[in-house]
Design a protein. Structure first.
Length: 232
């Protein structure tokens, strides 16, 4: 007796449109006559696959067949749960559809169940839930007010006499001519002082010690220039 509401329907094979009801026992598919589902196909093994009812659903398992067992065009190597409408392929020409009325009914009930609408009104604002982070994002951060117009004008306006043209057209800075003039004057004064000191020293030596000037100091120099000095 079928207590689960599941069945197998042959879609392509030796007995198309034939239906086999499933129960909570093991159902073996194969070419041998002792199987629960006999498939007259030379590409089907004697004991090809089995369907077991486990945990409230059906599971199909390949029994080491030669050509393999496919569920929805994918070859299975481990026990695979079946869902309503799955296509089982054994051999090359046998295709079987798995139907599960219970799972189909459950899916229909779940889809037809209306979704309750959320109440958009709040009776008491004090009892309304407060989400974390709402206080952080509800108020913008404080920004300082802009400066007064008078302060802005005082900062933005250039001082009187300053050049207000583009930066690229600024005139080159003038050289400090006064410092250069002072440097030249100082050098000139130092040169004059040295000349005066040299002239004064020669004058004193000529008046007080001419022999030192012309013999000791100037003798070797004048002799080198070709002058013969007769010094004592």
């Amino acid at each position: 007796m079928n207590t689960t509401g599941a069945s197998l329907i042959i879609r392509h094979g030796s007995a198309p449109q034939q239906e086999y009801e499933l129960n909570d026992k093991t159902t073996v598919l194969g070419r041998e006559a002792i199987n629960e589902v006999v498939l007259f196909d030379p590409e089907v093994s004697r004991r090809h696959a089995q369907i077991i009812f486990q945990g409230g659903r059906y599971v199909i398992e390949d029994l080491g067949s030669t050509n393999g067992t496919f569920v929805n065009e994918r070859r299975i190597t481990v026990p695979t749960p079946l869902s309503n409408g799955d296509l089982i392929e054994v051999g090359e020409a046998t295709k079987i559809t798995f139907l599960d009325a219970a799972s189909a009914m459950d899916a229909t009930i779940i889809k037809a169940e209306p979704v309750p609408e959320m109440d958009q009104t709040v009776a008491d604002p004090e009892t309304a839930p407060v989400w974390e982070g709402a206080a952080q994002t509800s108020q913008p951060e404080y920004e300082a007010p802009p400066p007064p117009l008078a302060e802005y004008q005082a900062v933005s306006q250039p001082p009187p006499g300053a050049y207000s043209g583009p930066q690229e057209s600024l005139p080159p800075p003038k050289a400090d001519s006064s410092a250069r003039n002072r440097y030249l004057i100082g050098c000139g004064c130092l040169a004059i002082l040295l000349v005066v000191l040299c002239a004064g020293s020669l004058f004193v030596l000529d008046a007080l010690a001419p022999d030192v000037l012309y013999c000791s100091l100037g003798g070797p120099v004048l002799e080198g220039l070709g002058f013969n000095m007769a010094c004592p």
